[in-house]
Design a protein around this ligand. Structure first.
Ligand code: ADP
Ligand code: MG
Length: 603
């Protein structure tokens, strides 16, 4: 392998004089500890290397050795349930409690292999060669072992069912060019190269997050991308964690990227204790955590985002739906900025390098719903938090990210200060794909979803305008019709959009419960408008008997108690019937005015 001699070092960047050829993006080992690095520039005689580990103590004259391959990680059955650093080296598990300097990937773990192919069979790229389980009896939780995406040919040998190290050869394949490939339960893949797929397919289903404001107002596609911008303390981390616990993905990849160590400690401490509501087993069994806190070397943070998405793609290729949470992409961008500064590159907007935007694109573009090489359907949905300095959404990371995401969940400082959680701002947020999901919601029993969504958004928009007016002239001076609008908007906020991540009942809300709550509130608005039209004052509407039960229904009525929502609806009808003289009351079955709601800008 090629050699270079270090001449100049500044933090995570070093220059070395070449003694042989190097390739751009080649991974290298630096000095006696073989610290991990990557070639980022090549000049006539020199290479520039970014080092992913602490360079303290390195001095000119030490050697840099090329690996002859790009920065790559080992993908296999030993990923799930574990915690890694930004370069996918284990921070937990049985093999190592600590990352040692110069360590490459996870040490091999033993897994039970059950062959899925026979000698003589033709093996396509990305095909399943067998199943891997922690132990022989655990077939129910076995994972697929995939042939690497760049290997195909005729199977020559396959090992019998049994225990093997996850990097030991279990199958050999003769390629068309005569080369023999030895395949293990795991394989190595370069992190900056998207794993190939047969084709990307358009999504018609949302990722169900279990958060009402997201699923009902600002849904993200399964295989889509969402950004969560928010100032300090607005609830980004709590929301990402709630999504990790409650969304309907098969596998969760949680990337803690450069956030303060104590915040990451919260995640590391909490996740292993959580129970998966779907299976009753530990949530960690279908989770991979990649932790790269702010006290770890800055260049590793830049790489961690690619490691995380590569891990996500690997599970996607097994035909699984994967959700990747990144907290936060701003810390990643700051790492990019810091390293770029060390290269002496010309800073652009906000001091970030000019390629910030294309790097963000490289990351987000890897989210997709796909037909895998192996012939299954899988997806990676990416949700990235952004922490804009002083909450200013016009800064470069937020504004560039906006170009690549379809769902934008803007967290609002005022809402957070009022302890209104999740603090997603209903007017600053958007979801470009929302219309596409109407058929999906109809299949969940909510054929009115799009109309109700538009109606709620219109109410919230009107509320913002009326509140401005009310501040000037006083709320009581508003005409009754506008007072009613405020009343309805407040109820939508209180009863529907507010959802505590810490409530046993409400931290996750099933689509069926969301649909029932949405319909119930839509009915309230209809009845209230009809009551107003027949002369009932807004204060009397605000005072109906079931008001408090409505406001608290999210907290009090669980996913498995939907009949109680139906009872509440019956009570609502009775309360309004008492309010409105019988002759003028609208019958419950009358054509719902919902469908005639004005077409707001939210579409
Ligand atoms: P950020 O990551 O944006 O800095 P955090 O996620 O750490 O903010 O949230 C700060 C605090 O706000 C939390 O410790 C919690 O008390 C409160 N909080 C945030 N989101 C929620 C939520 N969905 N439900 C209840 N409390 C929340
Ligand atoms: Mg945070």
């Amino acid at each position: 392998m090629s050699l270079a001699i270090v001449g100049w070092i500044a933090g995570p960047v070093l220059h070395a004089v070449k003694q042989g050829p190097f390739a751009l993006r080649e991974s290298v080992r630096v000095g006696p500890q073989a610290l991990l690095g990557e070639v980022v520039r090549i000049h006539d005689e020199q290479i520039v290397v970014q080092v992913y580990e602490d360079t303290t103590g390195l001095r000119p004259g030490i050697e840099v050795h090329g690996d002859g391959q790009p920065l790559a990680i080992r993908l296999g059955p030993a990923l799930l349930g574990r915690i890694f650093d930004g370069l996918l080296r284990p921070l937990s598990g049985t093999d190592s409690a600590f990352v040692q300097p110069g360590m490459r990937t996870a040490g091999a773990l033993r897994r039970h292999f059950e062959p899925g192919v026979r000698a003589g069979e033709r093996l396509a790229p990305g095909a399943v060669i067998g199943m891997a389980a922690a132990a022989a009896g655990e077939a129910g939780r076995a994972q697929r072992c995939l042939a690497p995406p760049d290997v195909s040919g005729i199977v020559e040998t396959v090992m019998a069912s049994g225990e093997y190290a996850d990097d030991a050869t279990v199958c050999s394949v003769r390629a068309g060019d005569g080369r023999l490939h030895e395949l293990a339960m795991s394989h190595v893949w370069p992190v900056r190269t998207p794993r190939p797929v047969r084709r990307r397919v358009p999504t018609l289903a949302p990722l169900v997050t279990g958060q009402r404001i997201l699923d009902c107002l600002f849904p993200v596609a399964q295989g889509g991308k969402a950004a969560i911008p928010g100032g300090f303390g607005t609830g980004k981390t709590v929301l990402l964690e709630a999504l990790a616990k409650g969304c309907n993905a098969d596998v969760i990849v949680y990337l803690g990227c450069g956030e303060r160590g104590n915040e990451m400690a919260g995640v590391l401490d909490e996740f292993p204790k959580l129970t998966d509501p779907r299976s009753g087993r530990p949530l960690m069994e279908r989770t991979v955590i990649i932790a790269n806190t702010s006290n770890m070397p800055v260049a590793a943070r830049e790489a961690s985002i690619y490691c995380a998405i590569t891990v996500a793609e690997y599970f996607r290729d097994q035909g699984l739906h994967v959700a990747l949470m990144a907290d936060s992409t701003s810390r990643w961008a700051e790492a990019l900025r810091e390293v770029s500064g060390r290269f002496g590159e010309l800073p652009g907007e906000g001091g970030y390098p000019a390629y910030l935007s294309s790097r963000l694109a490289d990351f987000y573009e890897r989210a997709a719903l796909v037909d895998t090489l192996g012939g299954d359907t899988g997806s990676v949905t990416v949700m990235g938090a952004i922490s804009p300095p002083s909450g200013d959404f016009s800064e470069p990371v937020t504004s560039h990210t906006k170009r690549y995401v379809k769902a934008f969940w803007a967290l609002d400082v005022k809402r957070a200060q009022a302890r209104f959680y999740p603090a997603v701002h209903p007017l600053q947020s958007y979801a470009e794909d929302a219309r596409e999901f109407a058929p999906w919601w109809a299949a969940q029993g909510n054929g009115q979803w799009l109309a109700l969504r538009r109606r709620f958004l219109t109410l919230l928009d009107e509320q913002a305008q009326l509140e401005r007016m009310a501040r000037i002239i006083g709320k009581d001076a508003l005409p009754p019709r506008q007072q009613l609008t405020l009343l309805c908007a407040e109820l939508v906020n209180e009863a529907f959009l507010r959802q505590s991540a810490f409530s046993e009942i409400d931290r996750v809300c099933s689509p069926q419960r969301q649909a029932a709550m949405m319909r119930l509130l839509g009915r309230f608005v209809d009845l209230a408008e009809a009551a107003l039209a027949s002369g009932v004052e807004p204060e009397r509407i605000a005072g109906i008997g079931c008001m408090r039960a409505l406001q608290r229904m999210g907290e009090e009525i669980a996913d498995d108690q939907l009949p109680r929502l139906a009872e509440l609806e019956a009570r609502l009808e009775r309360d309004f019937a008492q309010l409105v003289p019988a002759a003028q009351a609208t019958p419950a079955a009358a054509g719902s005015p919902t469908t005639e709601a004005p077409d707001a800008a939210h579409g």
